[in-house]
Design a protein around this ligand. Structure first.
Ligand code: BV8
Length: 235
């Protein structure tokens, strides 16, 4: 980061690549397959309506898996930046794990929801949830057996888009970490940021679908690139 004196407000977008070195599978490394299903075919309201058990098993397996994983140096570096950065900072994550929070980050926004909540389709309550949903447990609020993962599926509106766009409007720097740029609206944020006057930086294992849109794109593992970048920013 050449001259950072004019950087006060930062928006960081993270994707599955920031959790890859914690042992959480990305969507597209293994061809995005789960039990021979494409993720896009399981992470949809239609799939849930058609075969709820299949979808609930998919999320039960991942909800259990993330609870056995630990944050990696990329999560820890972002948490340090969150603690020490005096300007505005927002980590918009596409990830549904809680590794940013477990590393100590506080200014985190889960635009695609979280594995660790259950959402009641009867009363709309969202309850913290670490167990399984396959056995159709009762909603802690209303008692109905109508819980689904509190995760944004394809075709559903991501959470807190207004808050994301107001942060992008204020951003002096937009940094995209560990995402393929395959899924919208997240993949479009770099364009929004550029149009709104922010500088843009990509930290990713390899070129992504949007690399050409960034002022600078650095390739390597997040556990190396993110601590290096945070050291640059904190001087
Ligand atoms: C919406 C939660 C509208 C679920 C997820 C045609 C064209 C354009 C758009 C569309 C279209 N048809 C449909 C759409 C819209 C659709 C979309 O974009 N589809 C794509 C497939 C084309 N989008 C939606 O449906 C979104 N909603 O548009 O709503 C609307 C309007 C009005 C009213 C209602 C609705 C909602 C999308 C959210 C879906 N949910 N996740 C779950 O987790 O199960 S998406 C999921 O995949 C992730 O959350 C993430 O967002 C997305 C992409 O994954 P990545 O995080 O990027 O991971 P990936 O594996 O792809 O890449 C990893 C990267 O890391 C790679 O680049 C790799 O190189 C790098 N990496 C790997 N290891 C490392 C590393 N980098 C650093 N270090 C390492 N060690």
């Amino acid at each position: 980061m050449a001259d950072r004196s004019d950087i006060r407000n930062i928006v960081i977008l993270t994707g599955a690549g920031v959790s890859a070195e914690s042992g959480i599978d990305t969507f597209r490394a293994e061809g995005g397959l789960w039990e021979q299903h494409r993720v896009e075919d399981v992470a949809t309201p239609e799939a849930f309506a058609r075969d709820p058990e299949l979808v609930l098993r998919f999320y039960d397996m991942r909800r259990e898996a993330i609870q056995t994983k630990q944050p990696n140096p990329a999560h820890e570096a972002l948490a340090r930046l969150d603690r020490e950065w005096e300007g505005e900072l927002l980590i918009v994550t596409q990830n549904v794990d809680d590794l940013h929070e477990r590393a100590g980050a506080r200014r985190v926004l889960h635009m695609h929801g979280t594995h660790l909540n259950a959402w009641c389709t009867a009363c709309d309550a969202r309850s913290p949830w670490r167990g399984t949903l396959i056995d159709r447990p009762a909603c802690p609020e209303c008692g109905e057996k109508a819980l689904r993962p509190d995760v944004v599926w394809f075709g559903e509106m991501p959470y807190e888009m207004d808050r994301i766009f107001s942060a992008l409007r204020e951003a002096d720097l937009f940094v995209s970490i560990g995402t393929s740029g395959a899924v919208y609206p997240a993949a479009g944020f770099v364009r929004n940021a550029r149009d709104l006057g922010a500088r843009t930086l990509e930290l990713n294992l390899e070129a992504s679908q949007g690399s050409h849109l960034f002022d600078e794109s650095r390739h390597g593992p997040a556990s190396v690139l993110v601590p290096e970048w945070v050291d640059e920013m904190l001087g």
